[in-house]
Design a protein around this ligand. Structure first.
Ligand code: SF4
Length: 320
């Protein structure tokens, strides 16, 4: 074989291989784009559904979106902006970031991001970091004072901006973790509310991401390339008990698919008569009235387990 023939032979083999590789790469890119599109649709659907189920946003509302620079609050803002475009009602969004003057906090990232997004925003500069450092002895956990200070500031800013709702980026897994924390360590059956009046009685706090899984916000942040600001700048460690609960839930998710979803469904399907809280059900005044009741006691029979209702069946935007 001379040199020219050898060259032709090599080229003839390489071309189909390259075409094959290009086809595969194109297919892969299309698949990723499809998955990303599905993820965006799912987030819009679930956020819209939570907003509708809890009547979180109404005509004329001014929603103050608290943006920390973490994946969840970025996702919340992004999805709320999409829903606002499609909603049959009018509501405004104003984004607030509290710069707590933690060491190495990059102050330019959020203003640049929000300016490009074209959304109204306010950066509140308050050095709570120094206050916390001054008041809490070294080695003690700083989170409770820090969040108390942050809460007070956000309430004041909401007043100053005329916000009618304060939207936080907590998602389904935050709600479940809080539920387990309260149950395991606080002796309470209590989660994190999707909508509740603030503890000062003056503001309506909403959590539109209540139905969204954390793994979806993680992926969405990657897909969108949000400029994430790390949440450990203050040097405080994440609550160890919360960390354990998170690990427990991730483990369940792997070993027992559907368990976490079932527990979450249970939170909106409560039977006070089958628990033990006399403040929720009048056990003391209970009388047998002779009327059959499927919710009555079934003596020694085992409670039948039915498949829990899952979220996601309704079209959300009508209710936004
Ligand atoms: S982790 Fe740091 S910034 Fe967050 S609440 Fe705790 S002390 Fe505050």
């Amino acid at each position: 074989m001379n040199e020219a023939t050898m060259e032709m032979t090599t080229t003839a083999v390489e071309i189909p291989a390259n075409i094959e590789a290009q086809k595969l790469a194109r297919k892969k890119a299309e698949k990723i784009a499809l998955e990303n599109n599905k993820l965006h649709k799912r987030l819009c659907r679930l956020v819209g559904q939570a907003i509708g189920d809890f009547n979180m946003i109404e005509e004329g509302d001014k929603v103050m979106v608290c943006l920390s620079g973490g994946k969840d609050s970025y996702a919340l803002l992004d999805i709320l902006m999409t829903l606002r475009e499609r909603a049959p009602i009018h509501f405004d969004i104003v984004v607030v970031n509290l710069d707590q003057k933690q060491p190495n906090f990059p102050p330019e990232i959020l203003p640049a991001y929000l300016t490009e997004l074209g959304v109204a925003f306010h950066i509140e500069n308050q050095d709570t970091y120094s206050i916390v450092k001054r008041l809490i002895p070294e080695g003690k956990t700083t989170c409770s004072l820090c969040s108390r200070l942050r809460r007070g500031i956000l309430y004041r800013v909401a007043d100053e901006l005329g916000a009618t709702k304060i939207a936080l980026g907590h998602h389904r897994d935050d709600i479940l973790e809080t539920f387990f924390l309260n149950m395991f360590f606080g002796g309470k059956l209590k989660g994190m509310p999707a909508k509740l009046v603030s503890d000062d009685g003056k503001h309506m706090v909403i959590r539109p991401m209540a139905y969204v899984k954390e793994e979806d916000t993680e992926r969405y942040a990657e897909v969108k390339g949000f400029p994430i600001i790390p949440c450990d700048l203050c040097g405080s460690q994440e609550n160890l008990q919360r960390k354990q609960i998170k690990a427990m839930m991730r483990d369940w998710d792997k070993k027992f698919p559907g368990r976490v979803e079932s527990i979450f469904s249970a939170m909106s399907n409560v039977a006070p008569s089958h628990l033990m809280d006399g403040k929720l059900f009048g056990f003391g005044d209970l009388k047998a009235d002779g009327l059959a009741n499927p919710m009555g006691d079934i003596a020694f029979d085992e409670e039948p387990c039915s498949t829990p209702t899952t979220f996601g069946a309704t079209i959300p935007l009508q209710s936004v």
